[in-house]
Write a protein that binds this ligand. Structure first.
Ligand code: ZN
Length: 308
């Protein structure tokens, strides 16, 4: 009885975590550069919709957070994980895109009074879709969504934004609307690490959504590859090199683009174009069954629109 009471008390204190609870364990990518590698499946109550890869950079003058997480609560957990890794205070938050996991945690970080930087398109995207993003997480996250609200970047930029924190240089680069209209990459020239945001997706099939651009995704990827990064922190998946990122992101987008352009040029209707597309090279990747059909349809519609 004593033991049962003891475990019950632990449960109440939240000390016994459920099997797949969110764990934000920073992985060191380079000196001062850390990634939080998230799950590659869907958004769940247990993973708190943090099914993405983000990170932070520790400098001699404070910490830059790269993506604030999927909720107020996740933002707070990111901050706690950073505090366990360094005594440096958070000085800056960067939002690399318009998806929930990139910026809903702004509602926590705004309480620190630090600047939040994103692309101008991301700000518009977040403003337009923010309330809807929060609403669609409600069913899954329930009370874990508490405190989450639309907090937009306090600073925006157009193409490139260079900044220096301590002795560390950062380059925020926008190439084209990609997975979301305001996707950027964060380049650290000294360590040759790039945070690709949703421009790079590995270890799972990427999604082409109504707000995505296949052609823009390829252009953004190429801008990222031109940096010749030593290591890539993707937006989803494990830290990787350029060869893997190319195989799982660029090659897939090129397959979609080229097939659908050929189909549209040949006057094929949507169904014929879908039937003749062979995506089997990617069928082993998680989320394939969920996303491959929609990806193909949207790629066709984009090719059709481009042909006019
Ligand atoms: Zn994403």
């Amino acid at each position: 009885m004593q033991i049962i009471r003891f475990f019950f008390a632990l449960l109440l204190l939240g000390l016994l975590a459920p099997a797949h609870a969110l764990t934000l364990k920073p992985q060191r990518v380079a000196p001062g550069v850390y990634a939080f590698v998230g799950e590659v499946g869907g958004r769940t109550y247990d993973n708190e919709a943090m099914n993405a890869t983000t990170g932070f950079v520790v400098t001699t003058a404070g910490v830059a957070v790269i993506d604030s997480g999927s909720s107020y609560r996740v933002g707070k957990q990111i901050h706690q994980a950073i505090r366990r890794a360094t005594r440096q205070p958070v000085k800056l938050v960067i939002n690399t895109g318009g998806q929930d996991h990139r910026w809903l945690g702004n509602s926590y970080f705004v309480t620190l009074g630090v600047p939040i930087i994103g692309h101008q398109n991301m700000r518009t995207d977040a403003e337009e879709r923010g309330a809807q993003l929060i609403q669609s997480l409600q069913g899954e996250l329930k009370e874990k969504l508490e405190g989450t609200r639309v907090v937009l970047p306090t600073q925006t930029f157009e193409t490139r934004h260079r900044l220096r924190l301590g002795k560390t240089d950062f380059e925020l680069i926008f190439a084209a609307p990609a997975h979301t209209p305001g996707d950027i990459m964060v380049w650290l020239p000294q360590s040759r690490v790039v945070f690709g945001g949703d421009i790079v997706v590995t270890d799972r099939l990427l999604g082409v959504f109504p707000f995505s651009s296949v052609a823009g995704g390829i252009a953004s990827f190429d801008a990222m590859a031109a940096l010749k990064p030593a290591r890539i922190v993707p937006g989803h998946g494990a830290v990787c090199d350029l060869a893997k990122a190319r195989r799982e992101t660029r090659d897939y987008l090129v397959l979609l683009r080229d097939h659908m352009k050929r189909a549209v040029d040949a006057g094929e209707d949507l169904q014929t174009a879908l039937d003749t597309l062979d995506q089997s090279a990617y069928s082993k990747l998680p989320n394939f069954d969920l996303l491959s059909g929609g990806n193909a349809s949207r790629a066709y519609l984009e090719a059709e629109a481009a042909a006019f």
